[in-house]
Every structure is written in structure tokens, then in C-alpha cells.
Design a protein. Structure first.
Length: 335
């Protein structure tokens, strides 16, 4: 039997660290019979345009039947190739999968499971901590919507319910859902490597650590000036160019953006039933239940002086790079 491990995420539960560790140690893992295929099968024979690390949006933008057809074809080819190579395990990790069951589950259902054992892995964490972390990532750092940066209260009005999503994956025939409590896991990457039967003590690659408050404040200010969604790299490009002299900046109430105790208390009430649903699943698998702690994890508390200090560091770095380039140009001219 070939184990097919499908790591569904969710986002902001260490997925990038898991993926980077699998990527860096891919050859080592292949040596012990584990084939990591990447986020979108980028390590398999290239056939479709979406087979690249950031290609999920391309697949999702297709007609649903076409997306299912292409994904199904690639799944079958990948598993057939892995069986032929004698691998014991195939690992597919992409945090976008969890919320895209309408594409993924039909594609998986097309697989002949006589020789394939499909296992889903999902990590979950404290609701309050997760929503605050998600807000920093997908509102302050990477603004995924139009208009100015929303306050935590505005942004958290979205529906982040998880119980019904998990139960849908758990109901897929002839598969098994492994639900893991990230909060009670001593080492997330070690836990996942153990689940896939990987080597003990593999060197871990940490990624997507939470930015410091000054950096988040700069992202919030910059992103609020742009109507369209903004990926994180845009701030770096803007500051590197230093063409900000005549730009009029809007005031952003940083204190008002952060989570308030009343916001978190409302979230606690809103998700109490869903939390019970998820905890029921965790307990059924011998996992500790998620806590209902609603402690504010990160408050925007950055002074004007700190912001100026950060900008000065960027300006200083740019100045030094410009001077170095000028020196190299002068040297070329002399030669």
C-alpha cells in the first residue's frame, strides 16, 4: 500500500515551516521512500500551468469541471509514478486545500484506492490566537481586499467556522482525517515528520515568523493608501524606490485597528458551539481540546519615533547600496 498524505493546513498553523522543511530535505526524504510533491505538484512532470508553488489561484480560476479534471489527471499520474518507483509515502501539502473541497475531494475520489491509503492532516489552534495571527497576515501584511486596512473588529466579522469544514473532510469515504491540536504539540514540524514516517531529528526550517510591531505598523500605513489588494513585497519595492516626497499619506488609527477585549469576548460567544464541535473531534482522536483563551496576543503600540527609526534604517540601507553602485559604475568607466 502507498500512503498518500494530504496536508490541508490550515493557514497560520505552521504550514510554511512544514513545507520549507520538506522542500529543503526532499532528496533525503526520497531516500527513505517519501515523495514530497510540493504545494501544487511542482516536483512532478510539468504538464499544467498551475504546477508551480503559487499556482493554486490559477487552478481555482478555471471552470470547476476543468480544474477537477486536470487535478485528477495529475493525481493519478503522480501516484502511478510513485508506485512504480517503490515509494512508501507521497506527501502533498497546501493550506489552500482545506477550503477548496469542491475541487479536491472529487479529484481524489477518482483515484483507484486499491493500492492507495489516503490520509488527511489538519492542524488547528486556539480561535482567538488564530484569528489575530490571520489578521496580521491577511489584513495588515498582505491586504487581500480593496480599500483601506480594516480594523480587527471589521475584518473578524468574516466567518471562520471550522467544525463543518472538518467534518466534510472526515466524511470522505475510504480516507482518514488526522486532526492535530497545534497548541499542545511540542514541536509542529517534528509532529508532522513523525506522522509521515520521516527520519527523526531532521533539521527544521522556520518561516513566516510574526513580524515585529514596527514592521506591521508600516505595512498598515502603506497598504491603507492603496485601493486594491496589496501583496507584502509592494511595501519593500516602494520604500526601496524612495519616491515618497510628494505623496500625501492618510492618517491610520493604529490603536483602533487592534483587537479589543470586547471583540474577543464577542468572538468567544460566536464560536463557542463550533469550538465544542472541533474539540469533540479532537477528543475522539486522543488530542487535547483547544482552549477558549481570548488573550490579546498583539496590540498595535508603536510610537512615531519608532516608525521614523525604522524608515531611517531603510533610507540608510538604500543610501549605502546607491553609493556602492555609484562606486562600481565609476570603476567601470575608468576601465
Amino acid at each position: 500500500m502507498l500512503d498518500f498524505i494530504v496536508h490541508l493546513g490550515r493557514g497560520k498553523t505552521g504550514s510554511t515551516s512544514i513545507q520549507d522543511t520538506l522542500r529543503v530535505h526532499r532528496e533525503e526524504l526520497i531516500g527513505v521512500g517519501i515523495n514530497y510533491v510540493g504545494l501544487n505538484f511542482e516536483y512532478e512532470a510539468h504538464e499544467f500551468q498551475w504546477q508551480r508553488p503559487n499556482g493554486w489561484s490559477s487552478l481555482k480560476s478555471m471552470k470547476e469541471e476543468d480544474a477537477i479534471s486536470q487535478l485528477s489527471k495529475k493525481l493519478k499520474e503522480c501516484l502511478r509514478h510513485s508506485l512504480k518507483k517503490g515509494y512508501k509515502t507521497v506527501v502533498w501539502s497546501n493550506e489552500s486545500l482545506l477550503q477548496n473541497s469542491k475541487i479536491v475531494i472529487p479529484a481524489l475520489s477518482s483515484i483507484n484506492q486499491n493500492k492507495i491509503n489516503i490520509k488527511f492532516v489538519v492542524y488547528v489552534r486556539n480561535y482567538s490566537a488564530w484569528i489575530q495571527s490571520a489578521y496580521c497576515q491577511w489584513s495588515l501584511k498582505h491586504k487581500t481586499y480593496k480599500g483601506p486596512v480594516q480594523s480587527f473588529q471589521q475584518w473578524s466579522e468574516k466567518d471562520f467556522s471550522l467544525g463543518s469544514v472538518l467534518r466534510a473532510w472526515g466524511a470522505v469515504p475510504d480516507t482518514h482525517l488526522y486532526l492535530r491540536n497545534m497548541d499542545s504539540t511540542a514541536n509542529l514540524v517534528d509532529d508532522f515528520i513523525s506522522l509521515i514516517g520521516g527520519p527523526v531529528g531532521i533539521e527544521q526550517i522556520r518561516n513566516n515568523d510574526a513580524p515585529q510591531s514596527v514592521a506591521l505598523a508600516l505595512w498598515a500605513i502603506y497598504n491603507s493608501q492603496i485601493t486594491q489588494p496589496v501583496p507584502p513585497i509592494h511595501l519593500k519595492r516602494l520604500l526601496d524606490s524612495a519616491k515618497v516626497t510628494n505623496k500625501k499619506y492618510m492618517h491610520v488609527d493604529l490603536q483602533g485597528l487592534g483587537a479589543k477585549p470586547s471583540d474577543l469576548a464577542a468572538l468567544e460567544d460566536r464560536y463557542s458551539e463550533d469550538l465544542n464541535s472541533v474539540n469533540e473531534l479532537l477528543l475522539s482522536q486522543g488530542q487535547e481540546p483547544l482552549s477558549n483563551d481570548s488573550t490579546i496576543k498583539q496590540a498595535a503600540n508603536v510610537s512615531t519615533e519608532q516608525l521614523i527609526a525604522g524608515l531611517l534604517d531603510i533610507c540608510k540601507s538604500n543610501y549605502e547600496q546607491i553609493q556602492e553602485l555609484k562606486s562600481e559604475i565609476n570603476q567601470l568607466k575608468r576601465n
